[in-house]
Structure formats: C-alpha cells, structure tokens
Ligand binder design. Structure first.
Ligand code: ADP
Length: 430
C-alpha cells in the first residue's frame, strides 16, 4: 500500500515525515517513543549501515550504531526539550579514525509535544570531500561571480559609450538639419529676390519693346506717306525706274507697319491684365465677321454652328485670338480657291474635379499643315511659307498661345497637308 494513502486506515508506525525522509538523499531515520524504536528509514540510511530496511524497522536505535550512550542521551534531551540538537561521537568500530555525526530534530504532535525524533546521520570522514567540493564550488562560484561582474561592467561601459555616440550623432544630425533649414531659407530668399529682379527687368524689357515698336510706326508711316506723295507726282517728274523702286519702298513700309502692329499686339497681350468675364462667343464671332473686311461673305464662306457656348475669358484677348485664327483660315488656301470655314463649340470635362470646359473649333478646308510642324507654328516667327506666297509676320499664333495661356486655357491643331486645319481653343465654361 502507498504510505500516502494510509489516511483511510492510519498506521501508527508511519509518521507524518515519513514521505520526506524516504525521498531525502541524505541518510535519515525516524525513531519513536522512549524505546527509540525505528519507524522509518530511507535508502541512503540503509546504504550507510549496509543493512536492509526490514532488518532495521521496529528495532531500538541504540542497537544500530556502534558507539557510546552519549548519542542516546542527546536523543532523550531532544524528546524532553522539544528542540533540535547535533552530536558527534566516535565510531565504536573504528574509535581512533572515524566519527558519527548526528543532527536530530523533533516531529511534534498536535499539542506541540515531541512524538518522534528524526535523525540525520553521516560519517565525519565522508563530510570532508563534501566540504572540499563545497569550497571548490564556492571558489568557482566566486570566480564566476567576479567574471560576471566584470562582463557586466564592460557591457555597461560599452553601452554608455554607445549612448554617448548616439547622442553625439543626434546632435550632429540636429545641427545639419538646422543648417539645411537655414540654407533652404537663404536659398528661398535668394530665389525670391532674383525672381523679383527678373520680373522687374522683364517688365522693363516689355515696356522698352512696346515703346520701341510704338515709336517705330511714326517714321515708317512718314516713309510710306512721303513715298506715296512722290508716286502721285506727274509722271514726267518721276523717272519710271525710280517709280518702280519707290513702289517697292511703299510695299516694304506697309509690311513693316504690319509687323510692328503684330509686335505691339504681342506685347499688349503679355502686358495686359487677363481678368476673366463671361464672353458670348457667338456674338464675338459675328461682330468680327461684320467688321473685318477679309472675313466678309464676299471673300469667305464662314459657317457658324449655333449656338456657340459662352466662356469665361478676357474679351480683348479672346477677340485677338479669334481674329488671328480666322485670319489664317481665310489666308492659307490654295491659289484661286475660296475659303470655307466652320466655327463651332463643344462642352467637355478635363477631369472630375474641373468638368466645366468649352472647346472652340475653327476649321478650314485650306492647304493644311504637316504634323511635324503642329508644335513649331505656335512659336514666334515660325512660318512654313515665304512672304511672297502668303503674307505674314509669324507672330499671329504665338499671340494666340500666349493669350490663351494667360486665360488659363490651351490651344492646339489637328491637320494634315492638303486636308484643311482644325484649330481649337480650350477655355473655362461661363
Ligand atoms: P503668319 O500667319 O503671320 O504667317 P502665324 O503665327 O499666324 O503667322 O502662323 C504661323 C504659320 O503657321 C503660318 O506661316 C503658316 O505656315 C501656318 N498656318 C497657320 N494657320 C494656318 C492654317 N489655317 N492653314 C495652314 N497653315 C497655317
């Protein structure tokens, strides 16, 4: 039967400490009563004495140990006082060389009276190697502790060095960041200053170009006027060859005046504020057709696809754009062909955020433009033909692009040689 299960049928010879004693690696024995009857022994105790358990249980303790009565006196004292004690006694079998060591403590009953005594027994000779081993263990433990402390101190120093290095790196980073911010601020200020200087010199240049172009018109007109007067003189006063030369002077003066007017128009487009307002495109196109001789029904067939949608634009700038585009549409036709033009509008959305846009189309059936020139013709002084074939300055489309951009729009063309041209302007819907 398992001693731990004995609660149901208590065995008086089996004490409370029996399970502890049985499991202990040290030699232990439990005795009971004034006769010191052995009640429990453990394997280590049996091994120490070289005897079997059944040979020991139930016998008095004093018959077991070869030694004097002193051990039993200490045992009795433990019973009487209820306090543990230790005792060393020469081994009766080897009195000169060996000692028994006893450690005793009482097992108390519920009234706190000693009921049994537990004895731990060992030979003094066997303690010595244990002490040496203990000393060694203590020494090794001390060394290990020392090593550990040293390692911990080293790790601590390294950690502190790392923390200091990190702090230095952070400081350097902060300094670099501040310097960068300072440089960026300085750079921004410099850019702002330069931009202001540039804007100022651009304005000066534009003002200069405008006054130059404006002032040039007077002498050109004078040349034109006086040459015209000479040509009106009686034929006998002007030699035919001179008249021919003078006629060329008149033609050149007229071309120069038209060039100056185009330059003035361009500088006006650049200088003029582009405040937008609602523009009735249909009305504007009709007015242009009425006012411009080159667009008159006798010279060109212009079909307006009603209704033309209104746009948000600057009236003067848009009028300039339409004049130039319609002018080109009637001009660039094959010799002898009469111009046929269509003007229409369509609404569209560039994207979901800005859906309200209008595209104005000016479509002709003229000579057309090769695809590789579609971009280039919007640059200033870019012409695809000589002045002898088609008159012009090469400024008209540059004016259109500048004006449309100033109104927040875009311009483009779809065309192919001999297939007519479809110019378009994109502007916000009104
Ligand atoms: P200009 O009309 O004074 O020559 P523009 O800047 O208005 O200058 O036009 C640049 C060039 O683009 C023109 O010389 C012409 O070669 C070409 N171009 C413009 N509009 C048309 C058109 N409707 N059809 C064919 N070619 C055109």
């Amino acid at each position: 039967m398992d001693p731990l299960d004995s609660a149901a049928t208590p065995d008086p010879s089996y004490g409370r400490l029996a399970p502890v004693i049985e499991r202990s690696p040290l030699p232990m024995v439990e005795v009971q009563g004034p006769g010191h009857i052995i009640r429990t022994v453990n394997p280590a105790f049996c091994a120490l004495l070289g005897r079997a358990e059944h040979d020991l249980l139930g016998r008095p303790f004093e018959g077991i140990v070869s030694g004097g009565r002193k051990c039993i006196e200490v045992l009795d004292r433990v019973y009487e006082t209820g306090e543990g004690d230790t005792h060393a006694e020469p081994d009766g079998a080897h009195p000169t060389s060996a000692y028994w060591l006893f450690a005793m403590w009482p097992a108390l009953n519920e009234q706190a009276e000693p009921e049994r005594v537990v004895i731990q027994m060992s030979r003094a000779s066997e303690l010595r190697p244990d002490l040496v081993a203990l000393n060694e263990a203590l020494l090794v433990g001390g060394l290990r502790q020392h090593e550990l402390r040293e390692a911990a101190e080293k790790a601590n120093i390294e950690l502190q060095a790392e923390i200091a290095a990190r702090a230095r790196a952070e400081q350097a980073l902060q300094a670099a960041h501040e310097q960068l911010q300072g440089n960026a601020a300085k750079l921004e200020q410099k850019v702002a200053e330069r931009t202001a200087q540039l804007v100022a010199s651009m304005a000066d240049l534009e003002a200069f170009a405008y006054s130059l172009a404006h002032d040039l018109r007077a002498p050109v007109r004078a040349i034109h006027g006086f040459t015209g007067l000479v040509l009106e003189m009686p034929p006998d006063q002007v030699a035919p060859a001179a008249a021919e030369h003078l006629q060329r002077v008149v033609t050149a003066a007229i071309r120069m005046d038209s060039l100056i007017q185009d330059v003035l128009a361009l500088t006006r487009v650049i200088r003029q504020p582009a405040i937008p307002a609602r523009v009735d495109v249909g009305e504007m196109v009709c007015a242009l057709v009425r006012e411009r001789p080159e667009l008159a029904p006798s010279r060109a067939e212009i079909h307006i696809e009603e209704p033309l949608l209104p746009v948000a634009a600057n009236g003067a700038l848009l009028s300039q754009c339409l004049t130039n585009l319609l002018g080109n549409a009637v001009k660039f036709v094959a010799p002898g062909a009469s111009p046929r033009i269509r003007v229409r509008t369509e609404a569209f959305g560039r994207d979901a955020a800005a859906p309200g846009w209008v595209r104005i189309w000016i479509e002709d059936e003229g000579i057309g433009i090769p695809p590789e020139a579609h971009e280039r013709i919007f640059e200033i002084f870019q012409r695809l033909h000589s002045s002898n074939k088609y008159e012009g300055s090469g400024i008209g489309l540059a004016i259109v692009r500048k004006a449309v951009e100033r109104m927040g729009g875009r311009v483009g063309v779809e065309s192919a040689l001999g297939k007519g041209s479809r110019f378009w302007l994109e502007l916000p819907a009104a």
